[in-house]
Every structure is written in C-alpha cells, then in structure tokens.
Write a protein that binds this ligand. Structure first.
Ligand code: IVH
Length: 673
C-alpha cells in the first residue's frame, strides 16, 4: 500500500510541477498529451482505490456533486475596495497626499515613491485559504466582510494550485486575487450559449461571475476561467514576510501562484504615467480585459504608516481607463443597404462619449440580434466600444423603458429601390433582391458586371464606374451601352482616345457566353461555377427565367439558397427590365444545345429518394443520379418517373403507388447507375 501511495504522490507532484510550468511560468516542459497521460495514470489508480483520493489531487478539477446553496464565509481580514483616479491629475493628487503624509510621519526619502503597478483585472475578487499548503476554501468577496463559499468551483480552475509548491510554506495562508475569463474564452462561451438558445453574457466579467456562482461545479469546470493573484490576507507567523509587495508576490509565485506578468515596480509620477500609457496602448492586445492600473505603495512599512480610510487602503489607488461602456437612448432604427444588398438595421443614438470617441450609431446586425436584445425605439441601452471595434449594443436597460414601445420589424422591401427583401432559411441577413437595379448596390453591381470574369469590359475599372454613376450618366449596367463618345471624352482624365477605347471594349463585350452573362447579373451567391452549371443546364435565358424553385433545386450543386435567390431575382420586374435593355443593346451569346446532357442516360428522368439506403447516403445517391442527367426532387408527383425506396420509406411509397410511379429498390437503382 505504501508503495502505491508513493506512486500516487509522485504522480501528483509531477502533475503539479507541470501545471506550474505551464500556467505560472508559461514555460511548459512536456506536451499536452504527455500531461494527459500522467493524469490518466493517476485517474486509473484512484478509480481502483477511491479511498486514496484527496481534495488536492489534480484529478479533482472536474466538478463535484451540485450544492443546494452556498455557505457564507466571514473574511477574517475584510476584503477592501480601491479608491479610483480618473485622470493623471487625480493620480498626482493621490501621490502628493501620501508623500505629505509620509513626510509628516518622519519618512524623509518620500519624494519618489516606489509603486507596485499592476493591471486592474476585470473579473471578480476571490479569497483562497491554504492550510498546511492545501487549498481548503475559496470564497467570493461578497460585501467585503463576508462572501460565499465557492470552494468546489474554485477547485475546477486549473490556474489555482490545489497544493502549494515548495518545502517551506506557511501553515495558514490566504491568497487574494481575481478570477477572470479571457476574451477568447468569453467569445467561445457566448457562441455555445447562442447555439443552445441560452442567455448571452454581456462581458467577460459577468461571464466569470456567472460561472463561479454555479451551484453545480461541473458547469464551472466547463467554463474557461483563470486566476491571477494580487495579494495576501491572513498569513501565519511561521513565515517572515519580505519588506515589499513585489517581493511578497515573488514569494507567492514560488509557491505556485500565478502572478500577472505585466506587474512592475515603477518610481514616482513619471514612472506611474509611463506604465499607464504603455498598458493603455497594450490593452486591446492583452488576452483578458483590464479596466485600469492598480498602484500600490511597494514598501510594507509605508503601507502601515498610511493605513486605511473607510473601506479602502490609503496606500493604493486604481487609475481607471476611459469606460468601454456607457448608457444612452435609441432615437430610431434605420436600415442601411450595403453594397451586396444586405439590409442592416442601425440604431441611431443620442450621442455618447464611450471608449474615447463620440458614438451616435451602433449596428444591430440583423433581425435575430434585434430580437435577442429586444431593442425598441426609445429604449435606454448600454453601448460598448472596445478598441477599434465598431460600437455594439450590449443590452437594453429594461427598467428604464417607458410606456409600451412597439417591437421593431425588418422592412419587407428595400428602402432604397423598393424591391422585395428576402431572408433565406438558415441565413441571418435580409437582402434586397434588386440586384442590377438597386442604387445602393448600383456601383458595385456595375463594377461586377464589367469585371474580367463577367462581361470583361476592358478599361472600365472601379474609379470610372464611380465617376459615371456620380455624374448621373449611368444608373444600371444597361446604360453603359448607350454612352456616347462625347459623354465619355468629357469626363475627368478621359479624352478622345480613351473614349474610343472604352466604346470599343463595350462593343466587344456584347459578344459573350451564357455563363458569363449569368455571372454578370450578380445574383447573390451565384458565383462563376454556379453560373456555368446553370448555363449548362438551361438552353436559354427564358428557360432559366421561368425555372421553378424545385427545378433549380434538382440541379447538381444548386441548393435551396441559390434556388431561392435565382427565382426571386427574376421575379423582380426591374431586374427583367435591365436584362431586356441589355439584350436590346445587342448582348448575345452562341446557343449551345448541350450535347453532353442528351448523351446522359438518365437525362429527362425525375427521381425521388426516400428511406435509408444501405450502401450510400441519400445525398451520394442524388449526386450519382444527377451525374447521369437525372433530376432529383423532394416530393412525389405526377412528373416523377421513379421513386427509390430504401429502408423505412414512409408515406412517399403510398403516394407513388397511388400515382402509378415506378418504385425502385436500392439494388435496382444501383443497376441503373
Ligand atoms: S488589490 C486592498 N489588485 O479591484 C486592495 N485589486 O476596486 C485590494 N482588482 O475588489 C485589491 N485587479 O477585485 C487589487 N491588481 C489588482 C486588481 C484588483 C483587479 C479588483 C479587485 C478589487 C477591486 C477593487
């Protein structure tokens, strides 16, 4: 048995050591998989000998039986808060105040005070109690004098050692620090929440707090929390404390605590200021959120002289960064039409200063986002602007909602051109279907139309298109073909020669191919390849124009989104008008009856597949049939030639029998293929 214990202890020590190398020193010595192997080894032994499992075992980070409530913990030494400084002047006043106080107390060298400067982490304060080096309790700050016992949850956080490292550790030690969620973890968590249709967290701090206050620690274990230590509370007197805060932190680090790597001792106002600027500039690139700098008088002797006021130490101050978040009012919700036809709702705001700039608009992205936020005109909202990121609406302050404002609805028509607005299934965006016609998309549509892989109009670049549209000479791509020599030659930086060249290119572009023309129309999601597919499938533009959703769907590589975009595009009167104008201008292409299509053995036959196939998926079968020219549709009708029935086929078989449609087994289908 003692051999086994030795083995367990060796494994634990090894795991603790590697944890320390990884999280505290940021210097892993072994690979993740080697670490996992050690952990599994320990897990296997513990599974066989549950009596040997201790709370400080590295295997105990997965969470424990859910609690019904948290116990209250009284902090032996209160957990204080910090005074704030919102400007360099306020920091300077603080510095002056304590310099004077120290001088009055007989400290003569108090002119350039040394400060331990640390990022002010935006998470939640935690107290960790170690007895004989073992983590025995974790508690929230609460109201400062008592908090909640969240030990089970704390144990799941990998950056918190379950056991202190080293030979000589105090018999009792309370470590204090901040539990945070880094930005990436926060985004991922919200993605998961969104997928599961659960409430999103407004910011990493809320997410960290929400995760730590879970009665079920298995939920906490799954949340990406981490910890930085920034001080101590109780410490037993079997340890002689060093004379400065920075040295205490170094000592804590040697015991396995994670210290923020940005921490630095700075001297006087200048040093403090330089540190502030450096971190302010670095703020966005840090992996976690910080909302300012904490300056602590480094000398413990001075700290003692300075003492406390009310609920905060006189020897420390937090210099806050300008806020990322502010409240303001939604004056209205406008719809912007983007270059690709996306209809984006934008909140018009009462101007507010946030994150260093004045913000008067914030994107609301799409209908789903508006519903998620339940944002209505007149609401008070929290706006957030971090770094260069566009301002976001974080949430609505429901308590400030007045009356019963109406819910916002996306318009059914494009506000610029009046075309129908379409939202495809599984897509969040609503789009204008005006394509060729919509002025908001106009320039972009013409640029696309003229591009090399579309109509290939040599010499008609972005700048020239913009000029032509801005001068009112061209509204749609069809107008290009009625430009006169004079009109072009009179444009800025153009002349007779370039006008001649452009007219020649325009004239040459009239002879094109069906595929190029389809691509040039700029139907959303119809790229070059899809355009080719469509050109091969349809004999003429008329056929394509009148194709039904079902028919389009039966074409290989055409899904419901493209099928829907194509039919909606041709339903728009203005799109057909532009096309007619283009054809009248003389655009033409050789008619190529698709010989290859007719050579295909299943050409003209319509199939429906139902039930489970044994040798291939339904999709694979569909593709194989289509490769031979067959159409594959979703429901049985008079037009269906064959129903392929796999196992558990359902009602389609009855329908086929009713209509006299031939039913094939999977084997029979394979014979056809
Ligand atoms: S020291 C007596 N250091 O800020 C001083 N606090 O506003 C106690 N915080 O509750 C705190 N980063 O949650 C200290 N490097 C840091 C900090 C920090 C974040 C939080 C902490 C505290 C709050 C005070």
């Amino acid at each position: 048995m003692s051999e086994l214990l030795d083995k367990i202890n060796r494994l634990k020590d090894e795991l603790n050591h590697h944890n320390y190398q990884y999280y505290v020193l940021d210097n892993p010595e072994i690979s993740d998989s080697a670490y996992d192997k050690l952990l599994r080894e320990l897990q296997e032994i513990e599974a066989k000998h549950p009596e040997l499992v201790t709370p400080d075992s590295p295997t105990q980070r997965v969470g424990a039986t859910p609690l019904t409530e948290f116990n209250t913990v009284k902090h032996e030494i209160p957990m204080l808060s910090l005074a704030n400084a919102f400007s360099a002047e306020e920091f300077s006043e603080f510095n002056q105040r304590i310099t004077d106080l120290l001088k009055k107390s007989g400290v003569h060298s108090a002119n350039d005070i040394k400060y331990a400067a640390e990022p002010k982490l935006d998470g939640l304060a935690i107290s960790l109690l170690y007895e004989e080096g073992i983590l025995v309790r974790g508690a929230t700050r609460g109201d400062g004098s008592s908090g909640e016992d969240v030990t089970q949850n704390i144990r799941t956080i990998e950056t918190i050692p379950l056991k202190l490292l080293g030979k000589k550790v105090p018999s009792r030690l309370e470590v204090r620090g901040e539990v945070i969620m880094d930005k990436e973890g926060f985004e991922e968590l919200n993605n998961i929440q969104r997928k599961n249709n659960e409430k999103l967290f407004a910011n990493p701090r809320n997410a960290a707090a929400g995760s730590l206050r879970q009665l079920d620690s298995r939920i906490t274990a799954a949340r990406p929390l981490s910890f930085f230590c920034y001080g101590i509370g109780i410490i037993s007197d079997d340890i002689t404390l060093p004379a400065t805060h920075s040295k205490i932190m170094a000592l804590l680090k040697s015991w396995g605590m994670r210290i923020n790597p940005e921490s630095k001792v700075v001297t006087g106002i200048n040093g403090a200021d330089q540190y502030y600027t450096r971190l302010f500039n670095k703020r966005e690139s840090l992996e976690y959120e910080i909302d300012g700098i904490v300056y602590k008088v480094n000398s413990l002797e001075y700290q003692k002289i300075l003492g406390f006021v009310a609920r905060a130490p006189r020897w420390a101050i937090a210099r806050k960064f300008p806020a990322h978040e502010e409240m303001t009012k939604v004056l209205g919700i406008d719809i912007q039409v983007g270059r690709t036809g996306a209809l984006t709702p934008v909140a018009r705001l009462e101007p507010v200063f946030v994150g260093g700039v004045t913000v008067s608009n914030a994107t609301l992205h799409n209908q789903d986002e508006i519903e998620r936020l339940d944002i209505r005109v007149g609401d008070t909202v929290v706006i957030r602007r971090a770094g260069d990121v566009i301002p976001q609406v974080v949430n609505v302050v429901l308590s400030k909602r007045e009356g019963k404002p109406r819910k916002f609805k996306m318009p059914t028509h494009c506000p610029v051109c009046g075309s129908v607005a379409v939202r495809n299934e599984n897509e969040a965006v609503t789009r204008c279907s005006g394509g060729l016609f919509c002025e908001a998309q106009g320039k972009q549509a013409i640029i696309h139309f003229a591009s090399r892989k579309a109509m290939n109009i040599d010499g008609l670049g972005d700048r020239l298109v913009e000029l032509l549209v801005d001068k009112g000479l061209v509204k749609t791509s069809a107008d290009l073909y009625s430009l006169t020599h004079e009109q072009i030659a009179n444009l800025e930086r153009m002349g007779d020669k370039s006008a001649e060249k452009l007219l020649k290119a325009l004239s040459q572009s009239k002879q094109t191919t069906f595929a190029r023309f389809i691509f040039a129309m700029g139907i959303h999601d119809v790229g070059e390849t899809t355009a080719k597919t469509l050109a091969e499938h349809f004999q003429s533009l008329e056929e394509l124009e009148s194709a039904s959703f079902e028919e389009l769907l039966s074409i290989r590589d055409v899904g419901p989104v493209v099928a829907n975009n194509v039919t909606t595009f041709f339903k728009q009167k203005h799109n057909r008008e532009v096309i007619d104008a283009l054809l009248r201008a003389g655009i033409h292409w050789p008619k190529t009856p698709s010989v290859s299509a007719q050579a295909q053995t299943l050409f003209g036959k319509t199939f429906v597949i139902t039930g489970t196939l044994s040798d291939m998926s339904r999709d694979e079968a569909k593709q194989a049939l289509q490769a031979l020219g067959a159409k594959v549709t979703g429901s049985v009708s008079k037009k269906t030639d064959y129903l392929v029935a796999g196992e558990n086929p359902g009602s389609k078989v009855d329908k086929a029998k009713q209509l006299g449609v031939e039913i094939l087994s999977e084997m029979q289908m394979k014979a056809l293929l």
